[in-house]
Ligand binder design. Sequence first.
Ligand code: ZN
Ligand code: FE
Length: 255
Amino acid sequence: MPLDVIRIPALSDNYAFLIRCSQTGRTAVIDTPEAAPILAGAREAGWRIDEIWNTHHHADHVQGNAEIADLEGAPITAPDSEADQIGAVTRRVRPGDRISLGACEAQVLDVGGHTKGHIAYWFDQEKALFCGDSLFALGCGRMFEGTPEQMQAGLARLRALPDDVVVWCAHEYTASNAKFALSVDADNPQLRAYADEVLDRRGRSEPTVPTTMGREKAANPFLRWDDPAIRAHLNMEDADDVAVFAELRRRKDGF
Ligand code: ZN
Ligand code: FE
């Protein structure tokens, strides 16, 4: 079933997403950085917000929950292991669960690492992924709570998705991510073309989200731990995948 998506910019660089099953009209918001722009976006589209779905417990993803839940009567779906931190959660979901939005169905994926219990919502039929702060266009989330093993495993799960999956990530970080990506993978022609396009778009204040899984597999260093050129750049030709990922993440932290 087609899934309609409206991207809502919020705070300084967050995105929330209003998503709607076009057959039934059932609507959810993915993360709630702030209530006002989300409510305004829904009103402008003529959509009610039937449900709130959270990806992880950070304030810039949940702090609009209470106001939207109150005004719209929307129940809150969130990762089981972070539900107590989020509060007022009505449905706790775990990796492997399938949940529906009208006639559309999403699978809950474990993408822990940025936070331990971080989840993504993957609509396999509709080819849409809502991945919060786990994967970004040309980057990935900071590893606040998890281990490199956990985070690389989660990103490997995303990398296994088809190339035509549309990736709706929760921040506009792409321009700075592109600079780092070029610092470790300068000769990648697909990255260079992508980075040029990002600078162009940002120069016109246009969003760079969504991206696609195919583009990210070709250009995002945090999905390319087995790429020979990146490994050579790091002098880690024979290291294991987790070690390469950990080194990339460590370098990005100091970039
Ligand atoms: Zn976060
Ligand atoms: Fe965030």
